[in-house]
Design a protein around this ligand. Structure first.
Ligand SMILES: Nc1ncnc2c1ncn2[C@@H]1O[C@H](COP(=O)(O)OP(=O)(O)OP(=O)(O)O)[C@@H](O)[C@H]1O
Length: 292
């Protein structure tokens, strides 16, 4: 199945969604949340086009935060603004504050390379380098000067952390591209965590995977959230309901004078609330499948 997420999303059943939402009872009370990100009034532009406007929300340590909403509402754009990945897109510009542990990552003295080391990213389509499995994972640590047995140890730990070690330990010299799609995505997760980031941003990491590979990645996210903070863009509302602690729901609004669409954040809350008792009618319409 080429795109399980699309199929699942279109068959959305609100009762089912309500049933699968994770039990948040064991989560820390709101006042104990240690913030990693705190966004205030974030606007993101591509040239003159405002793709996202006035976004304010926070992300706490060891939580999984899901960004959901209809196509084009700026989920990926916003995600990339969390580690300055938009810097790599000509014309892209971020306004407002993206505070990471209290420091705006867009301040002039901040080194974007260091930002991206601490805040890693996994993309929609698995994108291993055309290198061996070992070299894929070793890439970042090597750039940091790690060599020899220390490097081997890091590669092993990262592959274990990404639940891939048992499947590849006998063939580390083979190409990363020889792996299945789901294995390639876990290899990319191993590559991301090999440099010990604090945060892993995931842009629809399962949309190119079949349901079994998707379930493995979802299990993996639950396993690694004790060590990392995860922000995930997903089209798959069941996935957001299953795995995330908090959910941000975005919509697009039409700019009549230019006939363009700008994304805005409608509601951000605990995932259980978003899917069972949202505050905004637009959220309710979306999660119940009446819109989007
Ligand atoms: N590199 C770019 N240059 C110019 N415009 C862009 C670029 N990337 C995205 N956009 C525009 O910004 C808006 C938001 O796009 P984005 O991909 O962030 O939305 P999304 O919610 O992630 O969409 P989807 O769910 O379809 O992936 C869209 O209008 C899109 O066309």
């Amino acid at each position: 199945m080429a795109d399980a997420s699309v199929a699942e999303t279109t068959s959305t059943n609100p009762l089912h969604l309500h049933d699968i939402v994770r039990d948040a009872d064991q989560d820390p009370p709101a006042h104990q949340r240690e913030l990693v990100f705190d966004l205030h009034g974030v606007n993101v532009f591509y040239g003159a086009f405002k793709a996202v406007r006035d976004v304010s929300f926070d992300v706490a340590k060891h939580e999984i935060t899901a960004l959901i909403g209809p196509s084009g509402c700026g989920k990926s754009t916003l995600l990339r603004s969390l580690n300055r990945m938009n810097d790599l897109i000509p014309g892209a510009r971020v306004e407002g504050t993206v505070a990471y542990h209290g420091e705006n990552i867009y301040d002039a003295e901040i080194d974007p390379v260091e930002v991206r080391r601490r805040i890693g990213m996994v993309f929609q389509k698995p994108n291993p380098f055309p290198k061996s499995i070992f070299d894929n994972v070793a890439f970042g640590p090597r750039l940091n000067g790690v060599r020899g047995s220390a490097l081997e140890g890091i590669v092993e730990q990262a592959l274990k952390g990404a639940a891939l070690w048992d499947e590849v330990k006998g063939k580390l010299k083979e190409s990363g591209l020889s792996l299945s799609g789901g294995q390639q995505q876990r290899l990319c997760i191993a590559r991301a965590i090999a440099v010990e980031p604090e945060v892993v941003l995931m842009d629809e990491p399962c949309s190119a995977l079949d349901p079994i590979a998707t379930a493995r990645i979802e299990d993996l996210m639950q396993q690694i959230k004790d060590k990392y903070t995860i922000v995930i863009v997903t089209h798959n509302m069941q996935q957001a309901a299953r795995i995330s602690d908090r959910t941000a729901f975005f919509v697009t609004e039409v700019n009549p004078e230019s006939d363009t669409r700008t994304g805005l954040l409608v509601e951000y809350d605990e995932t259980s609330k978003i899917f069972s008792n949202p505050s905004d009618e637009r959220t309710e319409n979306y999660v119940t499948g009446r819109f989007g």
